[in-house]
Write a protein that binds this ligand. Structure first.
Ligand code: BGC
Length: 370
């Protein structure tokens, strides 16, 4: 195993307390079996999402928490191996031109013991499985460990994504079931490209994986754009801050592609007000600003040679922590303040801390120091 210099020691001093607190929180709240709850203090988020967890694992891995990232990836692999019969069933239905119910597909989140939570959550989202493959490749590249032990799980994830990755499903925000989302397509493509680099797969599966990944990128470039920038879903018009991930995280378009630079300008212009909103029509908890998205945008600027802008965004994230250095899911100003009470009555105050906020801060802060 490679031993690297602890990246946290190279961070600007003003980010160090939050970075250290984030590391402690990720350690403290990781379940013994490897899963991270989305939030340890907000009942609806007491589950482990493949999306949140994979981004948390990326932050953990970047910050030197190799054993913790290993444990999460092993947990994901165990989940996927257990889910293999469900994947076989979905594939058989699709092959027979039957329409699976959303509950037939793999869920977005699991209980911490890796079993499914059966309820009416908006579960059908495939980006998490692509994001897992993407994060796994990055983690193994850092540690120098082999992908061998993950081979069966990688193959299951690839078979699933090849069959489902270009269809409609819910987006990063668990909304808009009937669209094909650009950030999701990017996660699918990045995951499939990572998988074929990670492990030898049966030849026909490798070919299908590359074909679906290429098709996803092609769809992004064609039907995923309008007026020269990316849009939230195919043939749509709206901008969503998750689009920054297409280049900044998933690398399926170059950072300096005109589509990417125009998208980031749209996000900066329409969604940034110190922090970053998800999208203009957001009403969830009144539509606040998300530390996860400020960190994501910081990764874009840091990797694009604009460290000053990256630092401004990370300074905003640091000041959005409370006096215990805990980061929330979102915070004011709100886009739709009238809708806040509805959510407060339904679920109580929003998630705080959100482990994804801490994981993404670590990922972004580490990006700024290489
Ligand atoms: C967000 C998702 C997230 C989940 C758990 C939802 O409200 O929209 O992106 O995966 O919470 O954090």
């Amino acid at each position: 195993m490679r031993t690297a210099v602890n990246p946290l020691t190279r961070l600007p001093e003003r980010w160090e307390p939050l970075a250290r607190r984030s590391v402690d929180l990720l350690r403290e709240h990781q379940d013994a079996r490897g899963a991270w709850p989305a939030s340890p203090a907000f009942a609806p988020y007491g589950y482990s999402w493949f999306r949140d967890g994979s981004f948390i694992a990326e932050g953990a891995s970047a910050a030197g928490l190799q054993a913790e990232a290993d444990a999460f990836h092993a947990w994901c692999a165990a989940v996927l191996e257990r889910e293999r019969p469900a994947v076989d069933r979905v594939l058989a239905m699709l092959e027979a031109s039957e329409r699976p119910d959303d509950a037939d597909y793999l869920p977005a989140r699991y209980r911490l013991d890796g079993t499914r939570q059966v309820d009416d959550w908006w579960n059908f989202q495939v980006d998490g499985y692509g994001t897992w493959l993407w994060a796994l490749e990055r983690h193994l590249a850092r540690t120098g460990a082999s992908a061998h032990v993950y081979a069966a799980a990688i193959e299951t994830a690839v078979r699933y994504l090849v069959a489902t990755g270009l269809a409609t499903c819910r987006d990063w925000w668990e909304e808009n079931r009937d669209h094909t989302h650009v950030a999701t397509l990017a996660g699918v493509a990045a995951g499939l490209f990572a998988a074929v680099r990670l492990t030898p797969l049966p030849r026909d599966l490798t070919l299908s994986a590359v074909e679906v990944a290429d098709r996803a990128v092609d769809l992004i470039r064609t039907r995923g754009t309008r007026d020269g920038h990316l849009v939230k879903w195919l043939d749509g018009a709206d901008v969503d801050a998750s689009l920054v991930s297409v280049a900044a995280l998933y690398d399926v378009l170059p950072l300096d592609d005109p589509l990417v630079t125009a998208t980031v300008s749209e996000v900066e212009e329409r969604l940034v007000d110190g922090g970053v909103h998800r999208y203009e029509a957001d009403t969830f908890y009144g539509g606040g600003q998300w530390p996860v998205l400020a960190s994501l945008l910081a990764i874009h600027w840091s990797r694009s040679g604009a460290p000053q802008r990256a630092a401004e965004l990370l300074d905003w994230v640091a000041t959005s922590a409370d006096h215990h250095l805990l980061l929330p899911e979102q915070l004011p100003p709100l886009l739709a303040p009238d809708v806040l009470d509805e959510w407060l009555e339904r679920w109580g105050p929003p998630a705080h801390p959100l482990l994804w906020s801490h994981g993404m801060f670590l990922a972004a802060a580490c990006t700024t120091v290489g």
